[in-house]
Design a binder for this molecule. Structure first.
Ligand code: ADP
Length: 299
C-alpha cells in the first residue's frame, strides 16, 4: 500500500479539521481528493507529507510512519503545496538546483534537472526569473521541484487553481504523464479535474470521508442511484450501513434518509427494514451522476 490513512483526526485548537478519516491508496493509482473549501484536504495532505502532525490516528507512506520516519518519508514524497510557494527572485534552473541540493542529489543533479526541465516543458523558460513566469509556468516549476528527487508518491494540492483553460489542459496532461509511474494524490474542488485526471475519487466534507469510488462509472456513464426513504420510527442511523450494496447515506431529518449506491438496492433496503422491524412510509429512486452526488453529500 502506497498511502495508508487510518482513523486520522486533526484539531486546530478546538476546531476539528479532520474527523476520523480512513482510506488507502495503492501504488500507481491517481486519486482525486475532492471536497468544498474548508473540507480538510490541505490538512490531510500536510499530514501525509509530514509537515504537520495528526492529533490522532495512523498515517503510513510506503510502510513508513509519518510520526516516526518523517525524514525518510519526505524523500519518498514529492509535494506541491497549495499556492505553490516559490522563490520568485530565483531563476528557474537556479531554484531547481537549490531544491536538488536539499535532496543531496550529488553527481546526478545536473542530469536530473535537465530531465525535469524537459518533462515539464520548461526548456524555453529555464534561464528566466520565476517572478517573470506566467501562473501556468510557475505551476510547472512547482511540479518539477516536487519530482526532482524521483519520489514514488506525488501529492499535489490544488495544482490547477488559477490557470487559464489552455494551461489547465497542459498541467492535466503533465499529471497524467507523471501518473503512469507514480502514485498521485491531487486535491481539487473542481469536479471536471477529477474526471480528467483520476482513476478514483475520495470525497471529503467537514473533515469526514463521504465517498470513495472508482471513476470508471462516470466514463461508462453508469449512473449511481440515490434512494430517498422515510421510515415510520426513529432508529440509530448507523444501522443503515448494514444494507447490502450501500455506498453512503445522509440523514434528511425526521427519519428520512438519502441512500447512495451503485445499483438499485430498493429490495435490499426493504429486506433491511423487515429484518429490523422498521416500517417504510415512502421510497423514491433518483439516478444521479458524480456531480449530483458531490452536491448531495457535501452541502
Ligand atoms: P481545504 O484544503 O479542504 O480547503 P483545509 O484543510 O485548509 O481545507 O481546512 C480545514 C479546516 O481547518 C478549515 O475550517 C480551516 O479553516 C481550518 N484550518 C486549516 N488550517 C488551520 C490552521 N493552521 N489553524 C486553524 N485552523 C485551520
Amino acid at each position: 500500500m502506497s498511502i495508508k490513512v487510518q482513523e486520522v483526526s486533526k484539531l486546530y485548537g478546538k476546531q476539528k479539521a479532520l474527523d476520523n478519516l480512513s482510506f488507502e491508496i495503492k501504488q500507481g493509482e491517481i486519486v482525486g481528493f475532492l471536497g468544498p473549501n474548508g473540507a480538510g484536504k490541505s490538512t490531510m495532505m500536510k499530514i501525509i507529507t509530514g509537515y504537520i502532525p495528526q492529533s490522532s490516528g495512523l498515517v503510513e507512506v510506503n510502510g513508513l510512519s509519518v510520526s516516526t520516519d518523517s525524514l525518510d518519508i519526505k524523500r519518498q514524497i514529492g509535494y506541491l503545496p497549495e499556492h505553490n510557494p516559490l522563490y520568485l527572485e530565483m531563476y528557474v534552473k537556479e531554484y531547481l538546483d537549490h531544491v536538488a541540493s536539499i535532496y543531496k542529489l550529488g553527481k546526478s543533479k545536473a542530469k536530473r534537472i535537465a530531465e525535469m526541465v524537459e518533462l515539464t516543458g520548461l526548456g524555453l523558460e529555464q534561464n528566466k526569473k520565476i517572478a517573470s513566469l506566467s501562473k501556468g509556468y510557475r505551476q510547472r516549476v512547482g511540479i518539477a521541484q516536487a519530482l526532482i528527487h524521483d519520489p514514488k508518491v506525488l501529492i499535489l494540492d490544488e495544482p490547477t487553481t488559477g490557470l487559464d483553460p489552455n494551461q489547465l489542459i497542459e498541467i492535466r496532461n503533465l499529471i497524467q504523464e507523471v501518473g503512469r509511474e507514480k502514485t498521485v494524490m491531487l486535491s481539487t474542488h473542481i469536479m471536471q479535474e477529477v474526471e480528467a485526471c483520476c482513476k478514483r475519487v475520495l470525497i471529503v466534507n467537514k473533515g469526514q470521508l463521504v465517498a470513495d469510488r472508482d471513476i470508471d462509472f462516470l466514463s461508462n456513464r453508469k449512473e449511481a442511484k440515490i434512494v430517498e426513504v422515510e421510515f415510520a420510527t426513529e432508529f440509530p442511523s448507523e444501522l443503515l450501513s448494514e444494507i447490502a450494496g450501500i455506498d453512503n447515506y445522509k440523514s434528511l431529518g425526521e427519519n428520512r434518509f438519502s441512500i447512495v449506491s451503485n445499483e438499485d438496492i430498493r429490495k435490499d433496503i426493504f429486506e433491511f427494514a423487515v429484518s429490523k422491524n422498521l416500517i417504510i412510509l415512502e421510497m423514491n429512486t433518483q439516478s444521479k451522476n458524480l456531480e449530483d452526488i458531490f452536491h448531495e453529500l457535501t452541502v
